[in-house]
Design a protein around this ligand. Structure first.
Ligand SMILES: Cc1cc2nc3c(=O)[nH]c(=O)nc-3n(C[C@H](O)[C@H](O)[C@H](O)COP(=O)(O)O)c2cc1C
Length: 255
């Protein structure tokens, strides 16, 4: 467990909260053999869902979690790990498996004139079989190494944490996890009558949607900030994790 927050975290958090319109990330993964004949970069836009496991829960999400007797996890952990959500049927999931999880996540926060690049390793949690699944166990162990316990409290669970991420999507967004298989030709039969566009999911434990819903957690190893507010003197700083994130080395770079 890292003893303290990374030194860049307060500034990064301030920049993110000052940029309400730009919380998308350009996420790059690598497709490696045997998934592709040679290593190939793959990038796409994804939505930043906060630093795992801190969640800005929507009031309707809180209500659904209460009504469906799931409840909320106590607020006892913090981290600098990036959270995002995805569908396990998407290519990025296979790419992460093929590459050992290497990623670069890039934020361009226009309102504050700063770009942040986060390099590290990603893993995926949220398999409905829980820790009965070997990959899920390994992924949870990896995330656990990056968690900081900030207060005492009982009853925190991985399952409920994934439920909370799912709950924080609108019923229509939850329904996308029951879309026909992403990236397959539209003229191909989705293979299952339950897989179609435009569904709304109220049940947070919906079997089909939860089979596909996953949370991706990125553990940073190297973080770079480029501040371009003063074009005559851009600020470029790099932080590198040492001893598995116990400490961070900071270097100012020529832009
Ligand atoms: C504004 C925006 C936000 C998106 N957010 C997500 C997201 O949070 N998670 C996700 O998996 N895909 C998201 N997508 C879709 C991805 O860009 C991409 O099409 C999808 O993940 C399939 O990519 P893949 O096959 O490379 O995995 C978003 C797209 C846009 C335009």
């Amino acid at each position: 467990m890292p003893p303290k927050a990374a030194p860049y975290l307060p500034l990064f958090t301030t920049h993110l909260t000052s940029s309400p319109t730009s919380t998308s990330i350009t996420l790059t993964t690598l497709s490696c053999p045997p998934l592709s004949a040679t290593p190939l970069p793959r990038s796409r836009t994804v939505e930043f869902r906060g630093f795992f496991p801190t969640l800005n829960l929507h009031p309707t999400a809180i209500q659904s979690l209460k009504d469906q007797h799931i409840g909320l996890n106590p607020d006892i952990y913090e981290s600098e790990m990036l959270a995002l959500t995805t569908d396990k049927r998407m290519e990025k999931v296979k790419e992460l498996e093929s590459s050992g999880g290497v990623v670069e996540a890039v934020f361009w926060l226009r309102e504050v004139g700063n770009m942040w690049r986060v390099r590290g390793k990603a893993c995926i949690i949220g398999n409905p079989r829980g820790d009965g699944d070997e990959e899920e166990r390994v992924a949870r162990g990896f995330v656990e190494k990056g968690l900081r316990k900030v207060r005492e409290g009982e009853g925190w669970s991985w399952e409920r944490q994934v439920d909370m991420y799912f709950a924080n999507h609108s019923p229509g967004m939850r329904g996308t996890f029951k879309n026909p298989p992403p990236g397959t030709p539209r003229n191909q039969d989705p293979g299952h009558p339950e897989l179609k566009l435009g569904q709304k999911v109220e049940d947070l434990k919906d079997k089909v949607a939860r089979e596909n819903f996953r949370v991706v957690v990125i553990r940073p190893e190297e973080v770079e900030r480029l501040d371009v507010n003063d074009p005559s003197n851009p600020i470029r700083t790099r932080w590198t994790a040492v001893r598995d994130g116990e400490e961070w080395e900071e270097v100012d770079l020529w832009p």
